[in-house]
Write a protein that binds this ligand. Sequence first.
Ligand code: MLC
Ligand code: AMP
Length: 535
Amino acid sequence: MMVRKLNLNPPIVDLQHVRDLHRLNPQLSNDKPNCEGLMGQPTLFARAEQHGERTAIADKDCRFSYRHLLDRSAAIAAVLLDGSADLQEARIAYLIPAGFDHVCTQWGIWRAGGIAVPLSLSATEPEIRYTLSDADASCVVVSEALKPRVDSLCHEPGLRCLVVEHVEPSKSTGDLPLVDSDRRAMILYTSGTTGQPKGVVSTHATINAQIETLINAWRWEADDSIPLFLPLHHIHGIVNVMSCALWSGATIEPFPRFDLDKVLSRVAAGAYSVFMAVPTIYVKIIQHLETLDEQNRRQIVDGFASMRLMVSGSAALPATVHKTWAELTGQHLLERYGMTEIGMALSNPYAGERRPGTVGQPLPGVKLRLVSDSGKGVTDEGQPGQIQVRGPCVFGEYWRRPAATTAAFDDGWFQTGDIATLQDGYYRIMGRQSVDIIKSGGYKLSALEIEAVLLDHPAIRECAVVGIADEIWGETVAAAVVQCGNTPVDEAELREWAEQRLSKYKIPRHWKSVDSLPRNAMGKVTKPAVSALFS
Ligand code: MLC
Ligand code: AMP
């Protein structure tokens, strides 16, 4: 894969560009919440000052206070600045497991005026290379243990590599820049209906708005405690869990990944008041509980029962799972709907009926409408329409893709591509417009991206990737392949080859070798017919 030269010199903030963004998404200016921080630093840090000695992160045997976070992130900011006054929105990527160093790095980037680009711990080298190149990152911050994953990239001209453990605690920090809330803060890469992932750019104001609406709707408190096991290159883990907790003065217990036994032993110990996960995790826990003896099961169930809030999102929670969970624990899971580009948009009520199979009502500050195929607003009960959203939570732009940004908005409304109905005051997600988007275990995958990689295999002439309904994963990836020549393509060899190029969760679980792909009269592959091959 080709990589563009990485740029050492961060660009000057383009104020005209900021103004253009506000024109495209007028809500960025109109509904701006009160998010100016003390002394020009983002609000999160002013709040952290107030939380002072409270425990922010309980990591194995160590407890880190908000004061520790502020001190350490200032030291990291100073090293990133390296004598300059302001990173001026330079893109700083980071590959660090959940924990103290992860948070301090994200905060350090923000405090130095940079744009945070979190990398996926599951990413392969070509995927990391793509992200660094697309974001035009000037620096990658990495934990010592993960350094081998980026070693080969650190020779790229213009890319600085920084091992986070090497940042000296005593480093004098000097003045940190003033960072206005309209400045760009984060780029999250998301798969879409076009081949390669796109960077979703959020400003500090957008992120603050995404946090504040959840703090109010779900009544976050300083006494809350939450496990953090979701990946930190996606909005669910970053905003809903990590940032909401740290905004509130609550405590996070980080895990590098979802480790069922470790998480459940802490649940049994009554460690948490809030729990947020994707539906796959609830299904996995239910299956696991069935294998336990009564005493162990009871301890875990009691731990869940005593929590004040349990949330499910990122994919549809089957009504049967909602019901089973309620029978097991007495907890009615609060299902909500969101997206990288818009934060959280719909939520069942904190107080009030949480209706299984629905995603509730618009969150405070979120304006939402349903639009039919013909472009008309849907007003009739039970009629489907595409969800469109506007408000201060909505992102500003796809990174360096002005045409894609323009195409994503309809007169200031972001077009989600998700179809919903409204009945009895509750929204219900009915599906997606695109057959090329797959949701597996809460991860959004692009069939086109996976197809493009598979087509690079010398033995594959054609292929079509689809999502197949699955009880645990929601959907799993399946690939129909037409091989070149007569030598059969070996599935194990294909898988191993794909593992060098794609994150494991993108690799097809089902393969089918076919003589030709089903196509319509226009010669276009018909994805429903491809799905039928696997039924
Ligand atoms: C892991 N595997 C997956 C997978 N996750 N395969 C398909 N889809 C996935 N999502 C693979 C592993 O690599 C492994 O492969 C095998 O499945 C079994 O692994 P496991 O150990 O049993 O699974 P685990 O590692 O525990 O992962 C499951 C999971 C994880 C659910 C914890 O997928 C996860 O963290 N998902 C959350 C994603 C997320 O945060 N999405 C939010 C996007 S933001 P092998 O070959 O080794 O057997 C968004 C907006 C919003 O959507 O509204 O929130
Ligand atoms: P992402 O782009 O990774 O942020 O994923 C966002 C997508 O996840 C949305 O566009 C929806 O398709 C899906 N999604 C999120 N929450 C739900 C939910 N509660 N029910 C159904 N789909 C959901």
